[in-house]
Ligand binder design. Structure first.
Ligand code: ATP
Length: 298
């Protein structure tokens, strides 16, 4: 078991996944917590979170090999609220999610959490405040317990179980042949898509971080799993600052704020009620006529 938490071994094993992880904003917590901090300023201080308000200020960004993806982007995700990013494919939504944990740094502009520039704080303290749930829940080789604990290697068994309960995963876990010790991954049992998602939500919950980055799944689950996953997500989102790449109309409608992106800029923002009223606005037009064009499924 100790070996399983040896960072070097984990890194070696996950080497193949790292690049993909960065590209897809697949935030693998084990890596986040052990990866040596890069480009940390010598006098970096620990991030102090009070409200967990996230702000992107005049952010310009290009990937090394390409053109400008974000073109002077401003947005605020208020503390404890849900901010939904919508916009056509390629608008830059995942890029925003990549910048918050500092997988990449903006070319220009700043990202602030509670007024502190994230480029000037220690990466460990920054990432400790973040949890991530990806579209594609990734399971590591190991037990169900290990898989949840990847969210926070220091979590106790009781913490793991508590996270699983909150994620509506405890019951199906107990129904497995060896409960929490049941192996999953390539050499283990096969879990359904909804069960994998709930494990990935439990993995995020065990971190108990104030900021949740969420890339909403587009692939449909059957109704029963869908309801369970949705309930788990509702728990995970409650009381947290959530930045969600939203693909479902229900998520967008419920969000405190919708940020409509197009071509690396924010073209509209507001609640669903406000934006839907603005008949000549992009959101109202797209929402009425062709929701899929802004990446939303109805
Ligand atoms: P989608 O809804 O399709 O995920 P998105 O709004 O999330 O789209 P991004 O994934 O942020 O958009 O991509 C914006 C642009 O950046 C796209 O043109 C994409 O090809 C490019 N891009 C994304 N990741 C990388 C990368 N790691 N290196 C180079 N270019 C990238």
């Amino acid at each position: 078991l100790l070996m399983a938490y040896d960072p070097a071994r984990r890194l070696a094993k996950l080497q193949v996944q790292i690049d993909r992880a960065v590209v897809n904003a697949q935030m693998i917590y084990a890596l986040l917590d052990t990866q040596p901090a890069q480009r940390e300023t010598p006098d970096a201080k620990d991030l102090v979170v009070t409200e967990a308000r996230v702000e992107l200020r005049d952010v310009v960004f290009s990937y090394a090999n390409g053109g400008q993806i974000l073109r002077g982007l401003n947005l605020v995700a208020e503390g404890g609220q849900t901010t939904a990013l919508v916009g056509p494919s390629g608008a830059g939504k995942s890029t925003i999610i990549n910048l918050i944990p500092r997988f990449y740094d903006p070319t220009e502009g700043q990202i602030l959490i509670d007024g502190q520039n994230i480029a000037e704080v220690t990466k460990t303290s920054l990432r400790r405040q973040l949890a991530y749930v990806s579209q594609q829940p990734y399971l590591f080789e190991g037990s169900i317990r290990d898989n949840i604990r990847y969210g926070l290697p220091t979590a106790s068994d009781a913490d793991v179980e508590q996270a699983a309960r909150l994620a509506y995963a405890h019951d199906f876990i107990l129904a497995q042949p060896q409960g929490y010790d049941t192996p999953v991954g390539e050499n283990g049992i096969t879990l359904s898509g909804g069960q994998r998602q709930r494990l990935s939500i439990a993995r995020a919950l065990v971190r108990n971080a104030p900021i949740l980055l969420l890339d909403e799944a587009t692939s449909a689950l059957d109704n029963e799993s869908e309801a369970a996953v949705q309930k788990a997500l509702d728990v995970a989102m409650r009381g947290r600052t959530v930045v969600v790449i939203a693909h479902r109309l229900s998520t967008v409608v419920k969000a405190d704020k919708i940020i409509v992106m197009h071509d690396g800029r924010v073209v509209e923002e507001g609640s669903h009620a406000v934006l839907a009223q603005r008949k000549d606005g992009l959101y109202a037009r797209l929402n009425n006529l062709q929701a899929p064009a802004i990446g939303i499924e109805i």
